[in-house]
Design a protein around this ligand. Structure first.
Ligand code: SIN
Length: 525
């Protein structure tokens, strides 16, 4: 098998595919993906893609909304790029065949609204926008013979070749999970686009693949990791047996759904002038606070006042999922709780998606481009992945020119088979998830963080019995990565001595204005 490519992409979500489709103009691309190609966080994105696509909107307004949600920590240059280049990337998707909702009469895009947005600007495909983006992108990839997709390949670590004082990434060592062997994939440039880390929590909207592998790999390779304390909890996930943590899109509130307590109290107007459409951190904390007061396990999301036919056609996936669990959302309010949803921090990049390591780029949830600050604005995530994936590909021409000939040895090692469901490994994963859920939730304290740090260390100590270097399995690799990411989140949270955006510490309940725009940056070196 040829494992020497011009460009290597880790991850097959919207960022990785956007990059691959652009980079294949300059060379051959290999996309490595942990499961089937469509299985990515992107695929589960319901709400949509924010973008300035109508006459009553402007870059300035999208910029302002993004900065406001970001609680003073967004990098303004990155936000400018996001809002200005975003609409072109949305048009690229449409040109590729993505079918977004349009107004029946005018034929114009039917733009939705979500929390923190001052205008209707959410481009969507009913309530499965990510699925539609992924479908269109994969169809486009299929037509490119310069792109090869490797399914069921798990990226383990980057390959580095240090030339003088300049570290250079020359690809990655990858675990072929079917043949059970480790293989080196060499490339002139590598894009990290492996998505998020929601699975380090017990309750998350993220699919099982989201175990933070990319952040852990970047950390081990020496890339600084920024702002990991800002884990976004989505305010509204399903709280009924069998459907736990299924996402109920913020677009429902955009279409008039309201939050209520068990006694029918509409509490959000007391917390923010935008009420149910306040930024996510505010809504999630308001729910937390109502639950603390009442002792209830959930609050309710009520859309029963809207026309049932509208609800069924606008939210078909949500409607069907709830019906399958015995709940008719057109007739009954929906029990909801917040769950871990999105990491605003990640591998630190510049505005071209470049990391400090030559030849290593990152985009999307695994990266920290500076766009989201302390709290991501709704539906800015697919947009960010596309904008910075595209920019990374555009800066590659330089990379290709600078590529030096290095002796590359083909490498392949057969590994001993280990069960993917070893009870010890699964048990340690659960313990870690429980610690994060209980102690590093959307409200933290000095004590809870210190306890979390100690318990994670204990899990790490016990995990040494499953050292991935000896006998390998995806579950073992994931455990190692999950532990690493949990440590980065806790360490970042401990070092931020204030509350801001998604990070709320009861021992420092206020924002420290002296800190200004200080990112939390952890470096291994
Ligand atoms: C949602 O549909 O509420 C999620 C979209 C997002 O995370 O921006």
């Amino acid at each position: 098998m040829v494992t020497d490519y011009d460009f290597l992409v880790l991850g097959s979500g919207i960022g990785g595919l956007t990059f691959a489709l652009r980079a294949c103009r300059y060379g051959r691309v290999a996309i490595i993906t942990k499961k089937e190609r469509a299985e990515s966080n992107t695929n589960y994105a319901q709400g949509g893609i924010a973008g300035v696509m109508s006459d009553d909107d402007s870059f300035e307004l999208h910029r302002e909304d993004t900065l406001k949600a970001g609680a003073g920590l967004c990098h303004e240059d990155a936000v400018d790029i996001l809002v200005k280049e975003g609409p072109d990337r949305i048009r690229d998707l449409i040109a590729m065949g993505a079918r977004f909702n349009r107004d029946d009469e005018s034929g114009l895009l039917d733009l939705g609204r979500e929390g923190g947005h001052s205008r209707r600007r959410i481009v969507h495909a009913v309530d499965r926008t990510g699925w539609e983006c992924e479908r269109a992108l994969l169809a486009a990839v299929q037509q490119q013979d310069r792109i090869s997709v490797f399914e069921h390949y798990f990226a383990v670590d980057f390959l580095r070749r240090d030339l003088g004082s300049e570290p250079k990434c020359i690809g990655a060592v990858v675990f072929d999970t079917r043949a059970h062997r480790l293989v080196n994939f060499y490339a002139k440039a590598t894009l990290l686009a492996t998505g998020g880390c929601g699975q380090i929590y017990l309750h998350t909207t993220n699919p099982l693949i989201a175990t933070g592998d990319g952040v852990a790999m970047a950390w081990r390779a020496g890339v600084p990791i920024a702002n990991m304390e800002f884990i976004q909890f989505h305010p509204t996930t399903l709280a009924i047996e069998g459907g736990h943590s299924f996402l109920l899109s913020e677009a429902m509130r955009g279409e008039g759904a309201v939050l209520k307590t068990r006694t029918g109290d509409r509490f959000m107007p007391r917390y923010h002038e935008l009420a149910d459409l306040a930024p996510r951190d505010v809504v999630a904390r308001a729910i937390y606070s109502e639950l603390e007061k009442s002792g209830d396990r959930y609050v309710f999301l009520d859309i029963t006042h809207r026309d049932p036919d509208f609800v069924k056609s606008r939210f078909p996936t949500i409607y069907q999922q709830c019906i399958s669990l015995g709940l008719d959302i057109t007739k009954e309010p929906i029990p909801v709780v917040p769950a871990a949803h999105y990491s605003c921090g990640g591998a630190l990049t510049d505005i071209s998606g470049a990391t400090v390591i030559n030849g290593l780029y990152a985009c999307g949830e695994v990266a920290c481009s500076g766009v989201h600050g302390a709290n991501r604005l709704a539906s800015n995530s697919l947009l960010e992945a596309m904008v910075f994936g595209y920019r990374a590909a555009e800066s590659l021409q330089q990379e290709v020119r600078e590529w030096m000939t290095v002796e590359l040895q083909p490498y392949s090692r057969q590994c001993e088979r280990v069960s993917e469901v070893e009870s010890g490994v699964i048990g340690l994963q659960r313990r870690l998830q429980t610690v994060m859920q209980q102690k590093v939730n959307l409200v933290r304290s000095n004590r809870s963080l210190a306890e979390a740090a100690q318990e994670i260390e204990e899990v790490e100590r016990e995990s040494r019995a499953y050292n991935p270097e000896m006998k390998v399995s995806v579950a073992r690799y994931e455990l190692r990565n999950m532990i690493q990411v949990a440590k980065l989140i806790v360490q970042s949270a401990i070092s931020r001595k204030e509350s801001r955006g998604l990070h709320y510490n009861t021992d420092f309940p206020d924002r420290d204005h002296q800190l200004g725009k200080r990112d939390t940056i952890l470096s291994r070196a």
